[in-house]
Ligand binder design. Structure first.
Ligand code: ZN
Length: 391
């Protein structure tokens, strides 16, 4: 993802690539001895030793005490592993209603997270407010070296210029990176929220093991991202949209057509339907799920219809992309485990390709937004460790 990393020195390309290879080998298989790293990466022993020393200096790796392997000949070798306790990545996800931020260590384990209502108002004021909250949150980890802020959002992201367009929030050409860097004093990396979530799956989820994968996200917005051989496909504007994919419902969309995916499955649309049907009095997904669990047939019908529309969409996109693996994420899926079967049935009825057992649900659950924003930054770090740490 070279578009996202700024100021990558061309001359340091080989050194950077070697450092990334060493770091990647330890991330996947650590703790590892230097000899094992050389075997995994195909690099020479002197190169591995040099890179390990540099990565230890940067605080990314550490020698693992008490795990020395004694070789038959020569001095014992001390394996190295990721340094869990020092470096951390902050992530911020701005959603239409909820803003989530968190901090993860190098392994993508969430150290803490908070959520606030996305404040109303002019975009710059909103971003300043959020950045202030994030700065206060980060002050809780004085012992951590926080390498930056991954910022993930729906809409169109111009990562290179640091600009955002978000139709649903009515943001146009917002200089988000400048504002966020001013307030937090940290480097900020913008990304589309769906590509960021897909990157998290590649780094720490099931997608990392598949030759090709499709990530499908649904909550208030819907989106997909495609990865092959460990790399995300990023088209113009960083993220495409399947908001208007026709899924055959009778729901009217703001685009003038009926049966568009997002208009059918968006949280606000589902809640609106439930309120008009008199199932719930306030727009709250917890209430709607509770009503369905308590046996309200209308609540159940609304949630089942959403699951079927999602399943249809997953089937249609699967047939276009033909991935080895499909990963489902977002609260429309992770908060509705009781409707997963309905979704998978609809998927199986829609897809025309053989094999329907390729669909998995993300392991990130409801933390997906904060995790994804952090992991977007970690992806940058694992790809370009020297540049991201200013080495
Ligand atoms: Zn539409």
């Amino acid at each position: 993802m070279p578009a996202v990393v700024r100021d990558v020195p061309g001359a340091g390309g080989v050194r950077e690539a070697n450092a990334a290879a060493v770091l990647g080998a330890v991330r996947v298989g650590g703790p590892l001895s230097r000899a094992a790293i050389a075997r995994h990466t195909g690099l020479s022993m002197p190169t591995v030793s040099r890179q390990v020393a540099a990565l230890i200096d940067l605080g990314l790796l550490c020698e693992v005490a008490g795990q020395a392997e004694t070789r038959a000949v020569g001095r014992p070798t001390v394996p190295v592993d990721l340094h869990d306790d020092l470096i951390a990545a902050c992530g911020v996800h701005v959603g239409i209603t909820t803003t989530t931020y968190g901090l993860t260590n190098l392994r993508g384990s969430l150290l803490g997270s908070e959520r606030i209502a996305t404040p109303p108002g002019a975009p710059e004021k909103v971003l300043r407010h959020i950045a202030g909250e994030v700065t206060a949150f980060l002050a809780r980890w004085p012992q951590r070296r926080i390498i930056g802020v991954g910022f993930a959002i729906g809409g169109q992201v111009d990562a290179e210029r640091g600009l955002l367009d978000h139709e649903r929030l009515a943001w146009r050409g917002v200089a988000a990176r400048t504002v966020l860097e001013q307030v937090t004093g940290l480097p900020v990396y913008l990304d589309g929220h769906v590509p960021a979530m897909a990157a998290a799956e590649l780094l720490f989820g099931a997608s990392g093991r598949a030759a090709s994968s499709l990530y499908f996200y649904a909550r208030e917005m819907v989106g997909v991202a495609v990865a092959t051989h460990g790399r995300l496909h990023r088209g113009p504007g960083q993220s495409g949209s399947i908001a208007h994919l026709p899924v055959g419902t009778d729901v009217a969309c703001t685009c003038g057509r009926t049966g568009c995916l997002e208009a059918t499955v968006a949280e606000s649309a589902v809640l609106g339907r439930a309120m008009r049907a008199g199932v719930i009095g306030t727009a709250d997904m917890g209430l709607l799920r509770g009503a369905a669990e308590a046996g309200d047939p209308e609540a159940d019908r609304i949630l089942a219809e959403r699951a079927r529309a999602l399943g249809r969409a997953v089937g249609l996109v699967r047939d276009v992309v033909n991935p080895e693996l499909v990963v489902l994420g977002g609260q429309a899926i992770t908060d509705a485990p009781g409707y997963l079967e309905e979704l998978l049935r609809s998927f199986a009825e829609t897809t025309a390709l053989p094999g329907t057992g390729i669909v998995e649900v993300t392991r990130f659950g409801p933390d997906v937004q904060a995790m994804a924003a952090c992991t977007g930054l970690l992806t940058q770090l694992y790809d370009h460790p020297l540049s991201v740490l200013g080495a």
